[in-house]
Design a binder for this molecule. Sequence first.
Ligand SMILES: C[S@@+](CC[C@H](N)C(=O)[O-])C[C@H]1O[C@@H](n2cnc3c(N)ncnc32)[C@H](O)[C@@H]1O
Length: 195
Amino acid sequence: MGDMQKINMQLPDDFYERIKSQLYKRIGKELRFAHRVIDLGCGSCGLARFLTETNGQQVTGVDIYDVNFPGEDDHASYAQRDLRCIKADAAHLDFLAHGEVDAVITVWALHEMDQPIAVLREAQRVLRPDGGILIVDYPHDSLAQRLWNENYYGPQEVEQMLKEAGFDEVRSELIEKNQVIWARATRPGHKVESA
Ligand SMILES: C[S@@+](CC[C@H](N)C(=O)[O-])C[C@H]1O[C@@H](n2cnc3c(N)ncnc32)[C@H](O)[C@@H]1O
C-alpha cells in the first residue's frame, strides 16, 4: 500500500464534511475582492449564500439541476441580499454578458461536468479582464476516490485544462492533507501597448 493510500485509510469518512466550514472561509478569503461572483455547479447554493452573507457579495449560483435550490421562502429572503440561483448548463451561460463577473468559483463540480473545457472557456468569457477563477475539487487517489469512486482529475490535469481554455497565471496545489485540489488562474488582462 502506498503512502497516499495509507493516509486515506486513516481519514474519517466524514472528513469532507468536517473541513467544509474552514474551506468556505478560505474560499471567502480568496474571493474577498470580487464583488460579482458566479458559482458553477452550486448544488443547494450553500456557498453562494455564505459568500453573500459574509462578504456581502453579489453571487449567482448555477446548476444544471434545480432540485436542491433553496425553497421559495428562502429565496425571497435572500433575493434582496444579492443571491440568485439559476438552472443552466455551466457550458452555456447565455444570461451573462462578456466580462460581467469578477470571479468564478466551482466546488466539487468540475469532475462532474461533461464538457469541462467548454465550461472553462465560458467562465473566461463572462469574467472581466484580470478576473479570477478558483477551482476546488477532489483529486484522484484521494479519500473521495475510496468513498465515491468517481473519475477525478489530478492538479496537473486541471492546470492543463485551464491553460487550454486560455487562462493566465495558472497554479494549483493540494491542500487539506492532499484531499483537495485548489487551482487558481486569471483571465488575461488588457494588453498595455508599448511605445
Ligand atoms: C457534487 S455536487 C457539488 C455541489 C456544490 N458545489 C457543493 O459544494 O455542495 C456537483 C454539482 O454539479 C452540478 N453539475 C454537473 N454538471 C453541471 C453542468 N454542466 N452545469 C452546471 N452544473 C453541473 C450537479 O448538478 C451537482 O449539483
